[in-house]
Design a protein around this ligand. Sequence first.
Ligand SMILES: Nc1ncnc2c1ncn2[C@@H]1O[C@H](COP(=O)(O)OP(=O)(O)O)[C@@H](O)[C@H]1O
Ligand SMILES: [Mg+2]
Length: 396
Amino acid sequence: MDIKLAHPSKTTPEDLKQLANLSAVMLQKIRDEMLEPFPRKEAPLIPSGRLQELCGIDKTRMNRSLKKGDLPQGQQSRPGAVRYFSLSEAMQWIRAELKPVPRRGPGKVIAVANFKGGVTKTTMSTLLCQGLSLRRGRKVCHVDLDPQGSATTLYGINPHAEVSSENTIMPLIEAYLAGESFDMRGLPQETYWPNLDLIPSSTELFNAEFMLPARATAEEGHIPFERVLSNGLDSLKDEYDYIILDTAPTLSYLTINAIFAADGVIVPVVPDTLAFASMVQFWQLFSDLVTGMEEQSEGSKKEFDFLDVLMTRMEKKNAPRLVADWIRGVYGSRVLPIEIPETDLARNSSIQFRTVYDLSSSEANTETMRRIRQPCDEFVDYVDDKVSALWQGIEE
Ligand SMILES: Nc1ncnc2c1ncn2[C@@H]1O[C@H](COP(=O)(O)OP(=O)(O)O)[C@@H](O)[C@H]1O
Ligand SMILES: [Mg+2]
């Protein structure tokens, strides 16, 4: 039987090349328009009401501290108008008023992972970075380990045009292949968000997938390929309170490295049946992976400080609730008592390469903003409370 194709002409490699070029040009154009003035993002200002919330103080207390004059005064358009603080100013207030538990010992590495795409790994890892610095004054390094570079994009950086291989973690991998050591301290770059640095990604990170296993089989007596990142990150743990790893939606060598390097793992899940089914595979592979690590490292166990499931993109409907109940039934207390709702605000802000923490208070009505921000705040606080408890447990 003859099947007639809708498009009689064939798609040639030249056509594909043209498509690739067109889409790259289009993306650059969209980004330029979204990120005016070109091309950097700006951190939002914090109004005094939100700063009071962040510091856990009331208006009277804030006024008293303002009068004392030790803390930044912020800015008012005229006397009596709302006072706005820059993020760095807000962080000074938080350190002074909220007094977060200081880090003891090395910074914590947290990987956000799930082999499925679209479960908000990138969104939640970026929110976690922003939130830890904003809400707790932490110094954070975000490492983008997804060759697609979505997290890098959220910082207003074009992974194709503005990031070269040397800016990513590739030099670490190349040094490993050459049998040399590499100091990662030169890699993190400052971002538009104070106290939050980024090691960006570019498509060249795909090469790591071929390079890492090549060395693994080449000779004996060197560190196993899955520990390259873990070893490298050691040099950053004195400088950062947190190192947050955004991973690709595949069980790639980089993802394996991320899991091996992690002290804690956050697994975002969305409540739909197919995603639930794919989680079964995730746990199987994850468990095989960690068991494999244990065997290779001659009995020394790979343990995590925490491994939590975060339910995201929760809709108010019945079907997702049912799946959420299954998830809770299976994963029990590993499921965080926080649900990130599916909201238009979160979806729309990501179209403009922004997270809900990038929005200023005037960009949505208070209730709409609170609905998505509050659970994000709770998630960030949950992570920092957990880690703070670990730091407090370390003898001075
Ligand atoms: N709370 C939310 N409500 C609605 N859409 C969301 C929410 N959080 C993220 N998204 C959207 O979900 C999509 C996938 O998110 P992303 O963080 O890129 O996932 P992943 O990194 O797991 O592939 C993005 O288009 C993002 O805009
Ligand atoms: Mg992603």
